[in-house]
Structures are given as structure tokens and as C-alpha cells.
Design a protein around this ligand. Structure first.
Ligand SMILES: [Zn+2]
Length: 499
């Protein structure tokens, strides 16, 4: 990202919250909305909790302005008008400023052991030194399994693990025995896991020997609920033995085996699965198209329920057929200047399918792959492509498409209230700051626009004022999620908590 500090000295705004003190550092701008209470050093000592907000001199005015906007009371005479929202029309910028595209790396957990998982996520998500060099600090979520029923012999990683070493929640198909449940729960909490790759690996030597039954779904959802793992994204997996798959059933195609949404089948589970929070499904239909105006499309299940399908780039078309490039050693064919420039030019979304841990490799990316991923990070740093975990990308798109806002003017100020995210399938979505992050509005004067979510003011740090973009228009937005480069490797976490 652009350098915030340059070579200028830092100016600190120290907020001793407990005492209500604000002290503005060396540069002379006086706060206009804060009362500066003088307090003795002894009083300060008693209340050592001080939040330090580092503000560069060039950002100081904007910071004070955000505070002013955030603290102001909604004028009484505007309250009614601000509650009747409507669709935003051309008020909304497509992507959070300055980005012109959004991309998610969506990896299937096939054959991934916990060792592999932390190796490649350290490279993708953190800024630590890793086998691929300095980490990229990208927001990359992943998928996981509950069960392992695959009966094919398999060597899954370079640490000599077989299929029992794969990161599944339960051991084999026994829902009374937990396996890597602690790892999965941990990675869910920190955001390195955000989707499920069906209930498990039910691929079999004999493709017509399905193991999955509804009781597996019942056990899975019970356990997930107990652990507070609230999933929204489902990604189908594997061959015809994976009868829990759903969303792409077609009696005349490969997907004829999909039975998860067939109420008269012993494999039926989508009543439970949708009720437990799944709103988005990748339905096993691979696609050679990478960029999409919108990644979402409506799917009607055989039990009558609807949910969101999403497009996922899985392969290229060649003269001889399909060329599945969703493997780490081919990632340079998914990510290169050609594909990224096209996304930016057309202002599109992309969800790239991958299998980061699916091979018996010490580290999944070769030099070309590392370079491709560094290129992606560069496009993000340059403000072109925002890399977001799958859930965030999909939920952003629902918010962008279906947000409703009300605006009202008072004097030279504008008030903008998000009244609803009116999902046409799942109804009004819960409103919170995280539900609206990234939404960016073209307004006359961002610095005189107050943002509200469901009539509640947002925090000053969640305001983002934007200079004119390629359209020549200025904008204001709800700030996107803060980058998190923490090394959440389960081993390092466990080591740290043991200290
Ligand atoms: Zn898979």
C-alpha cells in the first residue's frame, strides 16, 4: 500500500479513554471537538490503559473530521427521512476505493495435512519468512472436512502422512472420535478457514459405493454448532461417491449423482444445511471463465429451497478438452498480468479454484507460482485488485447488490444511513459495520457526509474519504477489513499459549 509515513515524524493522538483525555501531539492543529482536561501524572498512573492512535501529520485533519462526523447527533428533523431506504442506483462505486476488481483464492482441502496447511498459509497470509520467501500478507480463507471415508491408498504430504493425516474434524467416519477439531476451530476463529468442502472426503475406489448418509450431516452440524463455527459457504467435492453434493443436479450430466438436496434420498441434508447458515454453494460445475460482472447466481434446489451459487474458475479449454489448472503448480496460468489486467479493465470479480495442499509437495508453489502470487500482492498494493477471503467477497457482493440507503441533507451536510441489505433469497441481512465494509458511495462532499448503519453512527476509524477516481468523482466509504498478518499457525499458537 502507499507509504503512510514518508520520512515525516509521527504525530500521536493519545486517547486515555478512561479519563476522557485527548492530547494532540507536536503539530499545532488544535482539536475543535475535544475538551482537553488537565490531569496530574498520578492520576494518569492509576489508569495505565492508553490507546495510541498513530496519525501522520497529513492525515490529522481527516482524523479530526472523522471524529466530528462520527460524534454528531442525528438531527431530529431528519430521523424519519433517514429510515426510508431505497436501492442505491448509481450512488454506489462497484468496489471499495481504489480497487477495480476483487479476487478470492478458494482452495479445496483435499489431502491437506495440518503441516501443509500452516506452511502455505504462513506464506499467503503472513509477512513472516517462509519457504516461499517473505509472506504475502493476503486475506486467504480455506476450506475443511468433517469426515474421511476415502478408501484409496494415498500418500498425502512430504511428512509421510496418509489419509488419516488429513485435517478432518472427526477421525474417519466416527463422529464420537475427534481428530483435528482443535485445529479447525482455531483456524475458523482466526479466519484462515471460512468455507466447508462438503462434509468430508467420501471419494471411494468404487464410485458407486456411497458412504454418506443424513446422520453424518446431523452429527456434523451438531458439532459445528457446539464449537460456534457458523459456516456460510459450501464447496462441492469429488467423484460420484460424494452424494452429499448438491446444487448442480442434472440427470443427463456428470452431476446426476448429487443427492444432498433430494428429499426422498437417504443422503438428503439441505434442509439442515441451509437452516444452519449455508447461503452460498459451488455446485461442482467447473468453468473456464475467470472474470464475472457478478459472481452470484440463483440456484433452486430439488427440495424447493433457493440459495446463491457462485462462479469459480477451474480450468481452461483446449483443443483436446478441459485443462484443469486448479493446482498450485499451475497457478501462474491463473494469475498473470494478462488475467489480472483483464479483471481490472472490466471491473470484475474472480474466484479461483485451487488445491493448495492437495499434493505430495513440501511447499506447493514453485518459483513461477511464487512469482504469480507476488504479482497478485503487487496488484493489491497498487490499488487494482482487492484480495478477499471467499466469504467476504461473496457477502460484499450481496451487500453491494442489495443494499438500501436513505440520505438527507441539513445545511451543507449530508447524512447517509444504510437501512437494509435486502437479500432477495434470504431476506434482510443483519446490519453491522462488518456487513457494510467496503461499500463506497459517490457523494458531493465526503468530508461533510455522516455515515450511519441502521441509524447508528460508525466509529471514526471506519470512515474512508476518497479523492476522485477514474470517473472524476469523489466518494466516501465504510472502511474495508483491516489487514491481519498474524502468524496463526496452530503450532505457534499452541507453543505461545504453553509459555
Ligand atoms: Zn475436493
Amino acid at each position: 500500500m502507499k507509504k503512510l509515513w514518508g520520512n515525516q515524524p509521527k504525530v500521536l493522538i493519545l486517547t486515555a479513554l478512561a479519563l476522557g483525555i485527548t492530547m494532540i501531539g507536536s503539530r499545532s492543529t488544535q482539536p475543535v471537538t475535544e475538551t482537553v482536561n488537565l490531569t496530574t501524572p498520578q492520576q494518569l498512573e492509576k489508569k495505565p490503559v492508553i490507546e495510541v492512535e498513530e496519525i501522520a501529520p497529513q492525515d490529522e485533519d481527516a482524523w479530526l473530521n472523522r471524529k466530528r462526523l462520527a460524534k454528531a447527533q442525528v438531527p431530529d428533523n431528519l430521523k424519519v427521512a433517514l429510515q426510508s431506504g431505497k436501492p442505491t442506483g448509481n450512488l454506489l462505486r462497484k468496489f471499495p476505493y481504489p480497487f477495480r476488481s476483487m479476487l478470492a483464492l478458494t482452495s479445496d482441502i483435499d489431502d491437506t495435512t495440518p503441516e501443509e496447511f500452516s506452511d502455505y498459509h504462513r506464506f499467503l497470509n503472513t509477512k513472516e519468512q517462509t519457504e516461499g520467501g517473505p509472506g504475502l500478507g493476503l486475506d486467504v480463507g480455506d476450506s475443511f472436512w468433517m469426515f474421511m471415508a476415502n478408501n484409496q491408498p494415498n500418500h498425502t504430504d512430504s511428512y509421510d502422512h496418509g489419509l488419516d493425516g488429513v485435517m478432518t474434524y472427526f477421525k474417519g467416519t466416527d463422529s464420537t472420535q475427534k481428530h483435528f477439531d482443535a485445529e479447525i476451530k482455531h483456524y475458523w476463529k482466526v479466519g484462515w478457514i471460512d468455507s466447508m468442502h462438503t462434509f468430508g472426503d467420501f471419494s471411494r475406489k468404487d464410485h458407486y459405493d456411497p458412504v454418506f448418509k443424513r446422520e453424518y450431516a446431523v452429527a456434523a452440524w451438531d458439532a459445528l454448532k457446539q464449537d460456534g463455527i457458523n459456516l456460510e459457504v459450501w464447496i462441492n467435492h469429488g467423484n460420484e461417491a460424494n452424494v452429499d453434493a448438491f446444487g448442480g443436479y442434472d440427470p443427463h450430466r456428470f452431476s446426476a449423482y448429487q443427492a444432498g438436496d433430494n428429499p426422498s434420498s437417504p443422503h438428503y441434508h439441505t434442509d439442515l444445511t441451509v437452516k444452519n447458515g449455508i447461503h452460498f454453494v459451488w455446485n461442482s460445475i467447473g468453468e473456464p471463465q475467470m472474470g464475472w460482472e457478478s459472481p452470484l447466481f440463483e440456484i433452486k434446489l430439488r427440495d424447493g429451497q433457493k440459495l446463491w451459487g457462485f462462479h469459480r474458475y477451474t480450468h481452461d479449454l483446449t483443443k483436446t478438452g478441459l485443462d484443469w489448472n486448479w493446482v498450485p503448480r499451475e497457478i501462474h496460468r491463473q494469475i498473470n498480468t494478462g488475467t489480472l489486467d483483464s479483471l481490472v479493465e472490466h471491473q470484475q470479480y474472480a474466484l479461483l479454484a485451487q488445491h493448495f495442499g492437495g499434493y505430495d509437495l513440501r511447499f506447493p508453489f514453485d518459483e513461477k507460482g511464487v512469482q504469480a502470487l507476488r504479482l497478485l500482492a503487487q496488484y493489491q498494493d497498487d490499488g487494482k485488485v482487492l484480495v478477499a477471503r471467499t466469504t467476504r467477497l461473496l457477502k460484499y457482493e450481496v451487500a453491494r447488490k442489495f443494499v438500501q440507503v436513505a440520505t438527507a441533507e441539513q445545511g451543507d451536510e449530508t447524512w447517509l444511513n444504510v437501512t437494509a441489505i435486502q437479500d432477495p433469497i434470504f431476506g434482510p441481512q443483519p446490519l453491522s459495520i462488518d456487513a457494510v465494509r467496503g461499500l463506497t458511495f459517490y457523494v458531493q462532499n465526503p468530508e461533510k457526509t455522516h455515515l450511519l448503519v441502521d441509524m447508528k453512527p460508525i466509529r471514526p476509524e471506519d470512515y474512508q474519504f476518497n479523492p476522485p477516481d477514474a470517473t472524476g468523482k469523489v466518494s466516501i466509504g465504510f472502511k474495508w477489513f483491516k489487514p491481519d498478518y498474524t502468524d496463526y499457525s496452530f503450532t505457534s499458537t499452541r507453543d505461545a499459549s504453553a509459555l
